[in-house]
Design a protein around this ligand. Structure first.
Ligand SMILES: NC(=O)c1ccc[n+]([C@@H]2O[C@H](COP(=O)([O-])OP(=O)(O)OC[C@H]3O[C@@H](n4cnc5c(N)ncnc54)[C@H](O)[C@@H]3O)[C@@H](O)[C@H]2O)c1
Length: 270
């Protein structure tokens, strides 16, 4: 299987290194980034893989599976042409899929062209349980995300409400609402809210709380799910990735694990 990565930032680079170390039994064929020089630098730093740097449309032509780890705004321009050409797609900027029109188009193109669309678990744990639980009636899904205030800097909600993150001395609830609203005002931070929504009860019914806590050095996500199956709670304390403090290292690892799941013979877990 030939794989191409669009977006050579924190996640893209971690995936490339995993390929280079032989962790994924497939060919890393192509890289693309809106900054081609940084993609070339990454390609040149690899020892065992020799991906070619190309623009996104050439990459789509060259591979079987396109991995998007670029930006929410890039998702339509990557996923739609890739699916139209019969390519499988993996999407990391899952917040983009809260847009029902885009998600509907992606699903119908995948059906029409017999392609697979993969959405890795990303920075959250417990999707296995949520997927199982959603096979029966569910009553609530609540995500509580806790981050150091610097991890929320620049988000539209912070700007709109003129919140001085530097002034916070203790854990403070910054936002409470449905996942649909959370994703639009914290676009770079709440991909997990979108993933939970798609796997569970939808973006209008999934509740999100965002807490800024100056004592935290890790990004924490807690989920609480209730339904006919009973109730479960999970909590993960994520180490931020070195290259992008907004991105949890686990998100990159989950992409590597999903790629392995696609190519490996043995499948463990839901
Ligand atoms: N699903 C999850 O749980 C999860 C977790 C963390 C991050 N993410 C998302 O994954 C994406 C990548 O995260 P990251 O930390 O690697 O980001 P990053 O900012 O470190 O890297 C993104 C890279 O993509 C490139 N890029 C941006 N727009 C592009 C475009 N239109 N075409 C080509 N390249 C483009 C940038 O130049 C940059 O090199 C982000 O959208 C982020 O929100 C998802």
């Amino acid at each position: 299987m030939k794989i191409g990565i669009v977006g050579c930032g924190a996640i893209g680079e971690t995936i490339c290194r995993a390929f280079d170390q032989g962790a994924i039994n497939a060919n890393l064929t192509a890289l693309s980034d809106r900054d081609p020089a940084s993609a070339q630098e990454l390609a040149d730093s690899l020892v065992n893989m020799r991906p070619k740097v190309m623009d996104t449309s050439a990459l789509i032509d060259a591979v079987d599976l396109v991995v998007e780890c670029a930006a929410q705004s890039a998702v339509p321009d990557i996923a739609i042409p890739a699916l139209e050409k019969g390519r499988d797609v993996m999407i990391l900027s899952i917040g983009a899929l809260i847009n029902e029109k885009l998600w509907g188009r992606i699903k119908s193109l995948a059906r029409e062209h017999n392609c697979r669309v993969y959405l890795p678990s990303g920075a959250v744990v417990g999707l296995d349980g949520l997927k199982s639980a959603s096979m029966a009636k569910m009553s609530s899904v609540v995500l509580t995300t806790m981050k150091h205030p610097s991890g929320l800097q620049g988000a539209p909600y912070i700007e709109q409400h003129k919140i001085d993150l530097n002034a916070l001395k203790k854990a403070t609830v910054i936002f409470e609402g449905c996942a649909e609203d959370a994703v639009s005002v914290f676009p770079a931070n709440v991909n997990v809210a979108a993933t939970l929504s798609l796997a569970g009860i939808g973006a209008k019914n999934t509740r999100v709380r965002i807490i800024a806590d100056p004592t935290l050095s890790r990004n924490v996500h807690e989920i609480c799910v209730e339904g006919e199956f009973g109730k479960f709670e999970t909590r993960v304390e994520n180490v931020p990735s070195l290259d992008n403090p907004r991105t949890s290292y686990l998100a990159a690892l989950s992409t590597i694990a999903t790629l392995k799941k696609i190519v490996d013979e043995i499948q463990i877990g839901t």
